[in-house]
Ligand binder design. Structure first.
Ligand SMILES: Nc1ncnc2c1ncn2[C@@H]1O[C@H](COP(=O)(O)OP(=O)(O)OP(=O)(O)O)[C@@H](O)[C@H]1O
Length: 332
């Protein structure tokens, strides 16, 4: 474990890396008759960041709130260090913290007063200086909360959550409202927490955030997980894209069919662009075979593949397919 912060001797040793810090098994959660979460399962180990992505209303916050112990599951189990977190019992309470969407900051307090108040409630907190330094608010100690920008308030929320040195940290859209610099700073802090062994559950609408930070991720839509796995697992299941501009004198119907590839033709700026999504064959070689077949076809036509591009699927491609309902319980 890489430790960039001093950890006092009074700290309990962190759980062994093989033991799940957080475990969610077939979680269902209902609001009255409406089922917001429909069978979600995942685990998070110490030092691991699990990214929970999804469309609006997919059930991410409901899942986090259940893990936090605000709600009992309608069915299924959630465990934090092997314990039921409902009601935030001792044994869970001291080891977990969260940055939630609606911050409970008191606008009339200064940053310093806010941190002091939170420290009073913690058993072995970081110093105020350390927490504020971690989130880049050292120069704002005397500023009133109401005078902080939206992004600075998110940083303060994170600083408060870090005071208790949580072993499990729930981050519900922690960088919403931050500028690009603030977001990158926050990613550094989150990376540091991971290196210290913190198990992190992150929800975000910024796909790049998940790409940078998540060891594993799931994309939810309407209460279900559409895809789950490491970034590489999630992307490799969705094929490589081979695209080119169709020569003006070649009709779409002349485009070749490739085994295991779907063809789409789009009109962009008066030009037709053909894109093959190649899913069949080995992940390492399928793009090569598709390009070779297309080059042979072009040569036979006496033409060239203009603006030829080859790329793997992006997380955005996968997200959009899940949101479209095209991905139904596909796992990496
Ligand atoms: N207290 C509640 N009572 C009834 N329905 C609720 C309640 N809270 C959430 N819902 C519904 O449950 C579904 C899941 O909501 P949730 O907030 O968990 O989604 P989310 O994935 O966090 O969404 P977003 O990305 O928009 O924040 C939504 O359809 C929402 O309207």
């Amino acid at each position: 474990m890489t430790t960039t912060n001093p950890v006092p001797d009074t700290q309990e040793p962190r759980a062994a890396a093989t033991e799940a810090a957080v475990s969610v098994r077939d979680l269902h959660q209902k609001y009255g008759d409406f089922e917001a979460v429909k069978g979600v399962s995942f685990e998070i180990r110490p030092g691991e960041l699990f990214g929970l992505l999804g469309t609006n209303g997919a059930g991410k916050t409901t899942t986090i709130e259940t893990l936090e112990g605000f709600r009992r599951p309608s069915s299924g189990t959630v465990r934090v260090f092997g314990q039921d977190p409902y009601g935030n019992p001792p044994g869970v309470r001291e080891r977990v913290n969260a940055v939630l969407q609606g911050s409970g900051l008191m606008e009339d307090l200064t940053v310093q007063e806010t941190v002091a108040l939170a420290r009073d409630l913690a058993s072995t907190p970081r110093t105020a200086e350390e927490a504020l330094e971690l989130v880049g608010l050292t120069e704002k100690t005397r500023t009133h909360v109401r005078q902080l920008s939206g992004g600075q308030k998110r940083r303060l929320d994170l600083g408060l959550a870090l005071l208790t040195r949580p072993e499990v940290l729930y981050l519900d859209e922690p960088t919403t409202g931050m500028d690009a610099e603030g977001r990158i700073d926050t990613w550094r802090i989150i990376q540091r927490l991971k290196d210290e062994g913190t198990a992190i559950l992150l929800t975000t609408h910024y796909l790049e955030e998940a790409e940078r930070l998540a060891d594993r991720l799931a994309i939810m839509h309407r209460g279900r997980v559409g895809v789950e796995g490491s970034l590489q697992e999630v992307l490799s299941g969705w094929g490589d894209r081979v695209g080119f501009t169709l020569p003006a004198d070649v009709p779409t119907s002349d485009l070749p069919r490739l085994d295991g590839a779907e063809l789409e033709v789009e009109n962009g700026g008066g030009q037709l662009r053909a894109t093959y999504t190649v899913k069949a064959g080995s992940v390492d070689e399928r793009a090569h075979h598709a390009v070779a077949a297309l080059l042979a076809w072009a040569e036979g036509q006496g033409t060239v593949l203009r603006n030829l591009q080859v790329r793997g699927a992006s997380l955005e491609d996968v997200f959009l397919q899940v949101a479209d309902g095209a991905a139904d319980l596909v796992s990496g």
